[in-house]
Write a protein that binds this ligand. Structure first.
Ligand code: DX5
Ligand code: ZN
Length: 224
């Protein structure tokens, strides 16, 4: 099943509850929250207080994508604020296994993220302890960037490893996903679609979500 996880990064932060409701009405089943620290990525966004407010505003699972250094220091606060899923970048975790176990020990779903320049091999040893792998299709830091198609082979590689090793992680992709690019993403094997600009960047989030899911579902049917 394909799931849509709108990223609030492109939403109107003064009206988050309404924006989230609108996206949910269009079929969104997860909410993607981009957390940036101005160190790992050249931008700053939101932290646990905003996650706590979102927790009160929606029943959707909150998928917190931590683009921060020293994520271990903040994982407990995100879980206490209501994060359901937490993903950390391979590139910042010296003790990746420990960090993922920390997320799991707090009862959240654990995800590992790889930047466009990071090969799948770098996370091979933790694939058995993650609930999902997030493959970045832009360099993290900003919304509305151009999709990098050369990352798609990593999704196919992950699908092969998952089948060969009988693992259960799901595959998420983030960055530049739009009605124009989503078919290639779904065809490669992505199951969770993050989209910010395509949902909140223009027009009506409900219609945008519906339109994106429609193209994604059509691509799945063609795949079968
Ligand atoms: C990028 C973020 C993304 C971003 C995706 O650093 O991790 O979640 O918001 O936005 P779009 O869909 O606009 O590329
Ligand atoms: Zn993200």
């Amino acid at each position: 099943m394909i799931e849509l996880a709108p990223s609030i990064l492109s939403a109107d932060f003064a009206h988050l509850a309404g924006e989230v409701r609108a996206a949910q009405d269009g079929g969104a089943t997860v909410l993607h929250v981009d957390v940036m620290d101005g160190h790992f990525v050249p931008n700053i966004t939101v932290g646990p207080p905003v996650v706590a407010s979102l927790r009160k505003a929606t029943s959707l699972p909150l998928d917190c994508h931590l683009m921060i250094e020293n994520p271990d220091e903040f994982i407990p606060a995100f879980v206490e604020s209501g994060a359901d899923w937490i993903s950390v970048h391979q590139e910042v975790c010296r003790h990746l296994n420990r960090t993922l176990e920390l997320i799991r020990s707090h009862g959240a779903q654990a995800g590992v993220v790889i930047n466009p320049a990071t090969p799948v091999q770098m996370i091979s040893e933790v694939l058995d302890i993650v609930d999902y792998v997030l493959v970045m299709s832009v360099n993290p830091g900003f919304g509305a960037q151009k999709f990098i198609p050369s990352v798609l082979h990593k999704v196919r590689g992950l699908c092969d490893i998952r089948a060969a090793r009988r693992l259960r992680f799901r595959i998420e992709m983030d960055g530049g996903i739009s009605p124009e690019t989503v078919s290639s993403v779904v065809n490669a094997g992505v199951e969770i679609l993050v989209a910010g600009n395509a949902i909140f960047g223009h027009g009506n989030p409900t219609e945008n979500a519906r339109a994106l899911l429609r193209v994604a579902t059509e691509a799945t049917l063609q795949k079968v």
